[in-house]
Design a protein around this ligand. Sequence first.
Ligand code: HPA
Ligand code: ZN
Length: 326
Amino acid sequence: MSLTTLIQQLPKAELHLHIEGSLTPELMWQLASKHNITIPYNSVAEIQAAYQFSDLQSFLDIYYAGADVLRDQDDFYALMWAYLTRCYEENILHTEIMFDPQTHTARGISFDIFMPGFLRAIEEAKEKYGISCLLIMSFLRHLSQEDAFTTLREAEPYYSAITAVGLDSSELGHPPEKFEQVFEKVRELGFKVVAHAGEEGPAEYIWQAINLLHVDRIDHGVKCQEDESLMQYLTETQVPLTVCPLSNLKLCVIDDMQKHNILTLMERGLLVTVNSDDPTYFGGFLNANFAALANALPITETHIKQLAKNSFTASFLPEDKKQHYI
Ligand code: HPA
Ligand code: ZN
């Protein structure tokens, strides 16, 4: 069996996916027209062509602007439904989806608009596709800790629909320590914790996410290799890393996929997974991320199977359900 067929056929979980980063240029165009919103593009092709980034910030500027077309409950439903349909097509059986409430509440769009839209699509996908889904609410780290506390309070009616709380957006200059108190409250409330760390930021930010936020998983974390003691810690504790290869390439974290360190991390015994991050902005959904690795690195069938297995091991599914997939 070819690696491409194996990648397609293997049951997989996705653990690092921003739902706003799955907005296709086609849906952006359609929603802009529906709501009479002027966007700085004259066609779907022009939207696609604008996705050339030099670093994380140059991407985030376009990503937040793109999310402005999401206005009513049906828009959030359509966004989530499109992603879950793609999961079905790619044989992703379980997915843990991040959403950025502040991107919407800052525009006057409340939890009562986006959450019902998301939840309706998730319920339908469970029924129609048998896909299991958990939600991760992410705080924007370029905003203040006070803002994160407000968001946590606003989310209260939806706590039962949320499994974990995360930290994303501009990493450099916004270290995990900025959010220590709010994550203490998050943990008190019983949520799992994740944080983007070591994407552009240094290994020190990964240590902070571990020691101050007490994360259950690190998002990205590819900079861990800068610190040998951190490598040993991650190997011993098996705190998972949700690695996003095409994201790393598009945001110039690496300049060539052949230089990606995922195989080195695996061979050192870290619990790494493959994910798509913001698939419509970075040029591929989950299977394309696997394929990009397979094309650039000396990856074998054993590696692919291990990565697919890791995706369930590193998930927030209860143990009995994990075992069912592994
Ligand atoms: N890093 C930080 N914030 C983000 C990302 C990312 O890769 N994608 C969406 N928000
Ligand atoms: Zn991310």
